[in-house]
Design a protein around this ligand. Structure first.
Ligand code: SF4
Ligand code: SF4
Length: 86
């Protein structure tokens, strides 16, 4: 399941650089996560790095993009094959 930034985001910028897949960017009002690029950090870290650094806990699972652990690992492999993830 990719993650989603909710309206409590204060645009503090700290999550953007810690995402291994460059899935986070500034949106029209607050930061947003590109669901196709978010892997919940599986294969890179033990926990989602954006959630770890967010000072206001405004990053939640995105129920519109349910994915199993296996699907997330396959997504990471695909991103790596495309050169979109390290
Ligand atoms: S969970 Fe990981 S991959 Fe997804 S947006 Fe956060 S830092 Fe990026
Ligand atoms: S770390 Fe949290 S508050 Fe800061 S920009 Fe990212 S989502 Fe928004």
């Amino acid at each position: 399941m990719s993650l989603k930034i909710n309206e409590l985001c204060i645009n503090c910028d700290v999550c953007e650089p810690v995402c291994p897949n460059k899935a986070i960017s500034m949106g029209p009002d607050i930061y947003v996560i590109e669901a196709d690029l978010c892997t919940e950090c599986v294969g890179h870290f033990d926990e989602p790095q954006c959630v770890s650094v967010c000072p206001v806990e405004c990053i939640d699972p995105d129920p519109d993009h349910p994915e199993s652990q296996e699907q997330l690992l396959a997504k990471l492999a695909q991103l790596q094959a495309e050169g979109a993830a390290p």
